[in-house]
Design a binder for this molecule. Structure first.
Ligand code: MN
Length: 162
């Protein structure tokens, strides 16, 4: 079973770090607006450096002065299942997969966009299935903002810096 985690990260700009276990590391994307359960809705996912598997259980505050300073909240976690060969699909820039998290489930896709500058941008898109939501349904980010491990909010974590 491969793990995935989504860490809500109150850095200079709030974002959601989406991480998939591939080949013993966490392949990582910073999803600036967070994932959407609305089928077909594209969310920009900026490729960032691989992280150690052990980082996937981190929740706490990165001290000021350090890279990524700010609170990190375990927003979701669970297992994921690639539909094909994940290494080949990531290289090709199109990965289809299923998530079994506490908040994110069902089919998803990551699609790499044409390169622009140094930033490698992907789109994270929910597939149209039973786990998808209508555009009029509640936004999962607002409906379920808290940590799946501690039940804390990002504000509570941020305030707890000392
Ligand atoms: Mn981050």
């Amino acid at each position: 079973m491969l793990s995935f985690v989504v860490q809500k990260h109150a850095a200079r700009q709030l974002h959601y770090d989406f991480r998939l276990e591939v080949g013993g590391v966490l392949k990582s994307w910073a999803v600036t607006r967070g994932p959407s359960l609305v089928a077909g809705e594209r969310r920009l996912a900026i490729e960032v450096e691989d992280h150690l598997l052990s980082y996937g259980s981190f929740e706490g505050v990165i001290p000021s002065g350090s890279y990524g300073a700010g609170a990190v909240l375990l927003w979701d976690r669970g297992t994921w299942e690639p539909e094909g060969d994940p290494v080949a699909d990531l290289t090709a820039g199109s990965l289809r997969f299923r998530l079994r998290g506490e908040k994110l489930t069902g089919g998803w896709r990551l699609m790499r966009m044409a390169p622009r500058g140094r930033q490698v941008s992907w789109l994270l898109i929910k597939a149209d299935d039973e786990a998808a939501r209508a555009r009029s349904a509640p936004n999962i980010l607002e409906e379920s903002p808290l940590s799946v491990v501690s039940g804390r909010s990002i504000e509570a974590l941020s305030a707890n810096t000392s």
